[in-house]
Design a binder for this molecule. Structure first.
Ligand code: NOJ
Length: 713
């Protein structure tokens, strides 16, 4: 008998339910303490894990209660939301996704895991894998953007990074992929809202990152708050028990979201907490985050016959096995340690990541800033907004570690006279600063206009029906533009921010998202041309919220938009195209793609196709280019999206250099979810489209033919 089996045999019902009980140490703002109540519960064996508690002393104290003072000495899990860094803060995920580099995604997760593991954390509620196509939804900031293929690659890299090769290493932490599933499909971008979507869109768009997470060995998965087609995910048997457990064979721990089991009552599927607990357990949810429903109500659910002991044992077994995989039974005080070198490496990684996440949206010749500039104005409420640089979900990050935009520019332009004026506050109703800010602008050769959102305007429960510039920032921007100054607009935000008038009139526009600790240094490096920008949009950037949802992989209609034909799928008052496509992002170079070719024009199942193209840097700076490959299935029994991302490649190009970039596509890349959502490839023609972003008109294309084994096409 192994340790877990032995424990299971000696546990009382209450001790078993304790293992399923995940409690919070209180809101993070109150600091890392376990409240008195939790302390008593831990001692009594009624707690399986604690989150929002970190730091050697606090964690060791809580662990001591579990290991030394409970009857069976089962150690606790310690969880925390580590979305983009633990103490060292990296760019928010939507920005980091835009680097399109799995190695960076993995390295930042590894660095965060190491820092967290030093403070006793052994589990993180990350990666967040919700595909999101609506900038109103605040949580678009936390995930990999709009595309399922990108989301799947992001999932794999993050899980490798957090978990390392072996969970029992002190530097590894368990990843909890979230939120399963379709949380990002919230209608009108309203957080927690009921989702109603087709099975096809579930299987094509929302599930692939989770399928990838399971295949990558993710230790745990969190169910989402929302319902899907009427069934709350916390009690969704079809998706959690049958699909995730049954079809994907996931045997790790499934954790509810915060109080979500109790919320089944409010959803309207449970009459009381006993029913709620039973529904969640029966659906396959192992751990109850915060609602206490399992602990308090599963005994009653047992006696009412809603659940049986086997259901409880299966959940407890999974939790104990996770603890075993983490090595907690042998090493409950499992603190990693980091060297000065590790800390330095983390800071350097934060700088590299921040530089590479910046997305240059428009440049009308004003960037990079000229070396000889003497008078620079830095204006706007984000210019010196230290704490906001952290962005949402900044874990243990600290404002004092952040470099502001102003500080970055002052350091990068030592010979320039830099004048700063905030102008207005981020979201307030103050306008007195507009006139003095304009006076500063008039004196300058260039104005760096730093606008956007505060850190708390994206993330959970931070949705915006009108995701433009908040407060009176538009007034400030219009006034500064009216001075005739050369304006570089720098937008800090957790979402694509709709301000087309600004993009149109500024001489350059840069999306800086929330870049974390090194924000100011990174943006200064890009603005001054020390670094050639290379970030790409992981999400389509609309003109206006009225275009939402808008994403590159839409389906055609019988009447595709045609400017000359009113009876086509279009608007009277806005273009159908976005302001910036998925994949858009400029550099200070200009890369040309030519000579797209394939090593074969026909292929069969099991065969690979090699696709190559030549990329030439026609600019004067070395550049990192991201080259995207999409496919279009021209005729299929189910209409396929007009484009589907299947690969991307990077080319590092010196000025004037040409390199051949190669993509290997297996025949699986051409499959789609067919009957029962199992992958099929239909014989026939496919277009392979290659380019620098998803803007159709600029893609090179070549046609290939898939023949099935019978030779049909
Ligand atoms: C609620 C959020 O939805 C989830 O993402 C997070 O992990 C938990 N709270 C715990 O903080």
């Amino acid at each position: 008998m192994n340790k877990v089996e032995r424990l299971m045999q000696s546990m009382t019902l209450e001790e078993k339910l304790g293992q399923l009980n995940l409690v919070t140490a209180g809101r993070m703002i109150t600091g890392p303490t376990v409240g008195g109540d939790a302390t008593e519960d831990i001692r009594a064996g009624r707690v399986g894990g604690v989150f929002n508690l970190w730091g050697r002393e606090a964690v060791a104290n809580a662990q001591r209660l579990a290991v030394e003072e409970t009857r069976l000495g089962v150690p606790l899990l310690f969880g925390l939301d580590i979305l983009h860094g633990h103490r060292t803060i990296f760019p928010i995920p939507i920005a980091e996704a835009g680097i399109f580099d799995p190695l960076i995604w993995e390295r930042t997760a590894r660095a965060a895991a190491l820092e967290a593991a030093c403070e006793g954390i052994n589990m993180t509620f990350a990666p967040m894998l919700d595909i999101a196509r609506d900038p109103r939804w605040g949580r678009i900031a936390e995930g990999p953007g709009e595309d399922p293929f990108l989301g799947a690659k992001f999932a794999e890299a993050k899980i490798r990074g957090f978990q390392g090769g072996d969970l029992s290493q002190r530097t590894s932490i368990a990843a909890v992929a979230k939120h399963f599933c379709a949380y990002g499909a919230a209608p009108a971008g309203r957080d927690y809202a009921a989702v109603d979507i087709s099975d096809r869109s579930l299987h094509e768009t929302y599930l692939p990152p989770f399928v990838a997470a399971v295949a990558a060995g993710c230790a745990a998965i969190m169910t989402a708050f929302n319902s899907v087609n009427g069934a709350p995910m916390t009690s969704n048997r079809a998706l959690v028990r049958d699909f995730l457990r049954g079809k994907l064979g996931f045997d790790g721990v499934i954790i509810s979201d915060y109080t979500a089991i109790a919320e089944l009552i409010e959803h309207g599927v449970a009459g009381d907490l006993v029913e709620a607990a039973a529904l969640a357990l029966k659906a396959g949810v192992d751990m109850d985050m915060v609602s206490g429903a399992y602990l308090r109500c599963l005994p009653e659910a047992l006696s009412r016959g809603f659940v049986d002991l086997g259901d409880i044992d299966a959940a407890v077994d999974r939790v104990l096995r996770l603890k075993q995989r983490l090595g907690l039974f042998d090493d409950p005080y499992r603190f990693a340690s980091e060297t000065e070198q590790d800390k330095q490496a983390s800071r350097e990684l934060a700088l590299e990541t921040a530089r590479r996440a910046i997305t240059l949206l428009v440049n009308r010749g004003v960037l990079p800033l000229a070396n000889e500039l003497r008078h620079v104005a830095v204006i706007g409420p984000l210019a010196n907004a230290r704490a906001d640089m952290l962005g949402p979900w900044s874990a243990v990050g600290a404002a004092q570690n952040c470099v502001t935009i102003l500080e970055g520019l002052v350091a990068a332009l030592p010979r320039a006279d830099i004048r700063f004026h905030e102008g207005v506050s981020i979201a307030g109703d103050d306008a007195e600063g507009i006139a003095p800010a304009c006076a500063v602008a008039r004196e300058a050769e260039v104005v760096i206009l730093c606008l956007g959102e505060s850190a708390s305007m994206s993330g959970e429960a931070a949705c915006r029906a009108t995701p433009g510039l908040p407060g009176r920032q538009r007034e400030l921007a219009e006034a500064v533009l009216a001075t005739g100054a050369a304006v570089v607009a720098v937008i800090a935000s957790g979402r694509p921010l709709t301000a087309p008038w600004l993009v149109e009139r500024a001489r350059a526009t840069v999306a800086m998202w929330f870049l974390g600790d090194m924000a100011g240094r990174a943006i200064a490096d890009v603005l001054t041309g020390r670094i050639n920008p290379s970030g790409r949009l992981a999400v389509t950037w609309p003109h206006d919220v009225g275009q939402v949802p808008i994403f590159y992989a839409s389906r055609s209609t019988g009447r595709p938009p045609d400017a000359d034909d009113p009876f086509t799928s279009r608007y009277l008052d806005l273009p159908t195209a976005p302001l910036f496509s998925f994949g858009h992002g400029l550099s200070y170079s200009r890369v040309e793609l030519t000579n797209l070719r394939v090593d074969r024009n026909e292929f069969h199942a099991g065969e690979n196709i090699e696709v190559t193209a030549d990329a030439t840097n026609a600019g004067k700076m070395a550049t990192e280019e991201t080259i995207f490959l999409f496919i279009r299935d021209r005729v299929a029994i189910v209409a396929r999206p007009i484009m589907e991302l299947k690969a991307w490649a990077k080319a590092m190009l010196a000025p004037g250099e040409t390199k051949t970039v190669a993509f290997a596509l297996s025949s699986d890349s051409f499959s789609f979810p067919g009957e029962d959502f199992a992958p099929v490839i239909e014989p026939g023609e496919f277009d392979i489209l290659v380019g620098l972003n998803a803007e159709r008109a600029n893609l090179l294309s070549v046609r290939v033919l898939f023949r099935d084994s019978a030779g049909d096409a």
